[in-house]
Design a binder for this molecule. Structure first.
Ligand code: ATP
Length: 561
């Protein structure tokens, strides 16, 4: 799966299965699509619901110390000034002077690596060594280069660029690494321009980076003016901060406590890419967990517990400061990912170095998933101090202090924020579930079985119910009885069309973990001992067992809780 060559191939298969089986469609496809927007089809919608429901259950319903919120998408624009999004929620980006495409600076190199022209050049040279042949470069520039990167200096003016490169190598100024090598190939006259960064798409010259605000704008009210400008929220978290006081006053929660929210967020991403991974409209599942400032913990308990060792720190304790709470949430979140079918070895934890943290943040750990296109972020868990509440208190002029009865003191709570993306998680689940295996059918023919190995908890359909034959009324009515027995408790798909083997395969592709077949034994045609029993087929092993209908609900439910 990590094989670089296999990765694009695997991703292509996944994207095509998603469309074919109705997991994910391009938004507005019949109008040519709209970049960065996606729709979830019948199976995708179920998968998404399951994931959100499992998050909500584990974060709120199964805990005494977390409540929920469902806020509006459009909020007072002053919120985004206070939060810093108007000023700083911007990524540096460059425009290609030739093809006019926009490139986010931090994505330049990953995009370069995916380009056919970069891949074909990489085969010719070993950057950082003397081993490239000017002859090869010239040939490339006149052949493949012309088709793949027509605006690259090396292609437009091969002799000049190559002789400049050769001179520099002579002087000992060799490209330091692969990235550097492409800057050399994009630069014709170093003295006049300095190094040029090539456009990943056409090889042309990229402008200096400029900041670009990622918030999508809209207007509320009948006439669009600057006075009624608003933003589609770029994250769900801010609503939790601005409703902090209402939540404390109405629900009698006591610090430490959390507020969870699931909802849509919008970012005008410059380069939406990697299928749904970076979209312009997506969903987040965010928790703001409010804790006492360390000074208050110390006052109350004598000392703040120190972080020791690795792993989960266990049940929360009154002497926990931000460090232990942060570790606790990182580990809780890892446990949750495992519980829905992403094993630890598919995940990585990345601690952001202090130099990259926002000025107010104390720590941030990202949970990454090994996607076929690279190891990338699913969720960030940040210790944000009391920055957000303080900002909103200052900007709104309303007190957001909390009165703590245990120490008879007012303070602004600090916060730990586990912030996850629903769509990225869905993509991770889909990528992890996708599998192909060679199987032999009844007639001894080999075929490839595509199977989505979803954990039963997230699988869009839990169980397929199949009457062996659709023209046998006793089988059909019994199958419908089984369907109605299971339906109130799980997602059931009833299918009576086609050969049973084909019906199984369709459910394999949908990722349905169980299949129940109602046959002649079930209706007692082969003796009373098998009556009221069915064949239960397990998706992963393809093993079948005989199970009493009355046992089915208990058996299947035991795999879901
Ligand atoms: P990135 O660096 O990838 O742009 P980020 O660090 O800005 O992401 P956060 O602001 O921490 O992301 O948002 C929290 C979560 O929301 C991310 O971990 C991710 O799962 C999800 N998310 C953010 N941007 C997008 C997007 N454009 N498309 C899909 N999910 C997103």
């Amino acid at each position: 799966m990590n094989d670089r060559k296999a990765a694009p191939d695997r991703m292509e298969k996944i994207v095509s299965l998603c469309k074919r089986r109705g997991f994910i469609f391009q938004s507005s496809e019949i109008y040519g699509g709209i970049n960065g927007f996606w729709d979830y089809g019948p199976l995708g919608a179920e998968l998404k619901r399951n994931v959100k429901e499992l998050w909500w259950k584990s974060m709120t319903k199964m805990r005494d110390d977390v409540v929920g919120l469902e806020a509006s998408i459009i909020m007072h624009p002053a919120i985004w000034k206070a939060s810093g999004h108007v000023e700083t929620f911007a990524d540096p980006m460059s425009t290609c002077k030739s093809c006019k495409k926009l490139i986010r600076d931090d994505q330049w190199w990953p995009m370069m690596c995916e380009q056919p022209w970069v891949q074909s050049l990489a085969g010719l040279v070993e950057p950082g060594t003397d081993s490239f042949q000017t002859g090869d470069l010239l040939k490339w520039a006149r052949g493949k280069g012309k088709q793949l990167a027509p605006n690259l200096a090396l292609v437009r003016n091969p002799e000049v660029t190559i002789s400049w490169l050769a001179q520099e190598v002579e002087k000992g100024n060799r490209p330091k690494d692969a990235r550097d090598f492409y800057l050399f190939l994009a630069t014709e006259q170093f003295g006049a321009t300095g190094f040029i960064t090539p456009c990943p798409h056409c090889g042309g010259e990229l402008t200096e980076p400029r900041l670009f605000n990622l918030m999508l704008r809209t207007n509320y009210g009948p006439i669009a003016t600057d006075d009624n400008l608003a933003y589609l929220r770029p994250e769900t978290a801010q609503a939790i901060f601005v409703q902090f006081k209402n939540i404390v006053d109405s629900s009698r929660v006591k610090v430490p406590f959390g507020v969870g929210q699931i909802g849509k967020a919008f970012r005008n991403e410059i380069n939406p890419r990697n299928f749904t991974f970076r979209s312009r409209e997506f969903e987040q599942m965010e928790l703001e967990f409010f804790i006492k400032p360390d000074e208050v913990v110390e006052k109350q308990t004598g000392s703040v517990a120190k972080l020791a060792g690795e792993g989960h720190p266990g049940e929360p304790q009154p002497n926990w400061g931000w460090e232990l709470w942060h570790r606790y949430w990182v580990e809780e979140r890892m446990k949750w990912y495992e519980s829905i079918g992403l094993p630890r070895e598919t995940l990585e934890m990345f601690s952001q170095p202090k130099s990259e943290l926002a000025h107010y943040a104390k720590a941030c750990v990202d949970i990454l998933f090994k996607f076929p296109f690279g190891t990338q972020e699913l969720e960030g868990i940040a210790a944000r101090g009391n920055f957000d509440l303080t900002q909103h208190q200052t900007h709104s002029g309303k007190s957001l202090e909390y009165f703590d009865e245990t120490v008879k003191e007012k303070y602004i709570p600090h916060v730990i924020e586990p912030s996850a993306g629903v769509d990225r998680l869905l993509l991770a689940l889909i990528c992890h579930a996708y599998d192909e295996e060679e199987v032999t059918d009844d007639k001894g023919n080999k075929e490839t079985r595509v199977v989505m190995r979803f954990h039963p908890r997230v699988a869009p359909i839990t169980v397929g119910v199949f009457p062996l034959l659709k023209n046998k009324p006793e089988l059909v009515s019994k199958a419908k009885e089984v369907r109605d027995l299971l339906r109130p408790q799980m997602n059931v798909f009833y299918d009576d069309a086609g050969a049973i083997g084909r019906r199984y395969r369709r459910q394999d592709e949908a990722g349905t973990p169980f299949g129940v077949t109602i046959d002649f034994d079930t209706i007692g045609e082969n003796g009373p001992e098998l009556a009221e029993t069915v064949t239960l087929r397990h998706r992963d092993s393809m093993q079948q067992e005989r199970v009493a209908i009355s046992e089915l609900p208990r058996l299947l439910l035991s795999r879901l809780v």
